[in-house]
Design a binder for this molecule. Structure first.
Ligand code: UD1
Ligand code: UDP
Length: 363
């Protein structure tokens, strides 16, 4: 039986693939769901399968590797075995993580076509492992599902050989499908110490692996004019501990550190926040969803989501303490209305992608 293989490896991939898994099931298209285990803690993996009411993966792996190269290599080996056993018609990957590149390479070596969801993003910042992963995956893919016309233009400029479709980003589908459930079910606000707060996240390697940048972020949160709620990524916690900063930040009165949160809790916090301070990719997109609509300060030197900046939702503020604090002050005072529509689509991206897959393989 021909199946569509959906591969996820990290938290954002589970969230962004959830609407596709759902649309495949709705259309009765046989699916093989694989979690290749780059993220393995309950609150970075299984929690999302539960929150998003996904089926249990048909194949699950947990990686035991300590370098990005070994991690990528282990996923290729694992995926090669799974692909041999299942021989899917097509493999869908999402985003720009090491899991995405590894699954795309493994599929290519087994001559299985790859569909890249969220194709064509470019930060033009080659310090980032994600920029290499997304470029390589785009050039290995037969189907490129670009979220925006700008992403499509990036792909055309690079003369990718696969077929490009502009579909929107499935993260907008995920927000639309899950915020009403989140508002009914989540109890996270009872645990938050502040009435008004900024929501912060930081995990990018080029930020938190650099001791000086990590220290700057903690100083910014400590002197922020608005209290900060900060669900902490395990990578960041590890780096704070290594640099002996973790105990200090936990003692701050105006910063509430939380473990990585489930999707329903995180959606509610985004909706309730005054503003979002982040180096995340997905959060820059979610902030533009009509039901969230929040200003985002991007604590990075670049973004691969310029559409969020051009529409007034996001501002790339860099990693300098004074610049970030000034930007927080300005964002808190701003009165300008944010747009009512998202540049990343209208919540129908997954349907569009599944329709294309259906026509190609199951017509
Ligand atoms: C990865 C992706 C990044 C994505 C992010 C989503 C790459 C190169 N990076 O970064 O693009 O934005 O996921 O969150 O693929 N760890 C745990 N438990 C877990 C997972 C990770 O403790 O469940 C810790 C481990 O110490 C690990 C470190 O975090 O070594 C980094 O994890 P890794 O998956 O390599 O990269 P992320 O920083 O999560
Ligand atoms: N997210 C979450 N809980 C958290 C932090 C983030 O559910 O504690 C969600 C967030 O809503 C978004 C995704 O995780 O959909 C973003 O993941 P992350 O920032 O780890 O990765 P990136 O998008 O930068 O690759």
């Amino acid at each position: 039986m021909k199946t569509v293989m959906v591969v996820v490896g990290t938290r954002p991939e589970i969230i962004k693939m959830a609407p596709i898994v759902r649309a495949l099931r709705k259309n009765k298209i046989p699916t093989t769901f694989v979690h290749c285990g780059q993220h393995y803690d309950y609150n970075m993996s299984q929690q999302f399968i539960e929150d998003l009411e996904l089926p249990s993966p048909d194949y699950t792996y947990k990686i035991r590797a300590y370098s990005p190269g070994a991690q990528t290599a282990q996923i290729i080996l694992y995926m090669d075995k799974v692909l041999k056993e299942t021989a899917p018609a097509v493999v869908l990957v999402e985003g720009d993580t090491n899991s995405v590149l590894a699954a795309a390479v493994a599929a290519n070596k087994r001559e299985v076509p790859v569909g890249h969801v969220e194709a064509g993003l470019r930060s033009f910042d080659l310090r980032m492992p994600e920029e290499h992963n997304r470029r390589l995956t785009d050039h290995l893919s037969t189907f490129l599902f670009a979220p925006t016309e700008r992403a499509e233009a990036n792909l055309k400029r690079e003369s990718v050989w696969g077929k490009i479709y502009v579909t929107g980003n499935t993260v907008i589908d995920a927000v639309i499908q899950h915020l009403p459930i989140a508002e009914r079910k989540s109890e996270i606000l009872k645990k938050i110490r502040f009435e008004k707060f900024a929501l912060a996240t930081a995990h990018r390697a080029e930020n938190v692996d650099a001791e000086a940048v990590l220290k700057t972020f903690m100083e910014v949160f400590a002197s922020s004019p608005v209290p900060v709620v900060y669900p902490m990524h395990p990578r960041t916690k590890k780096r704070l501990r290594q640099n002996k900063m973790y105990a200090q930040i936990r003692k701050l009165e105006n910063v509430q550190i939380l473990p990585p949160l489930g999707y329903l809790d995180f959606l509610v916090l985004m909706k309730k926040s005054e503003l979002i301070i982040t180096d995340s990719g997905g959060i820059q997109e979610e902030a533009t969803a009509p039901s969230i609509r929040k200003p985002v300060l991007v604590i990075r030197l670049s973004t691969e989501r310029p559409e969020a900046v051009e529409t007034g939702f996001a501002k790339v503020v860099g990693t300098d303490k004074h610049e970030i604090l000034a930007a927080i002050g300005t964002a808190l005072k701003r009165r300008k209305e944010l747009p009512q529509t998202s540049p990343f689509g209208d919540g129908t991206a997954a349907e569009k992608i599944v329709e294309i897959i259906q026509k190609e393989f199951f017509a």
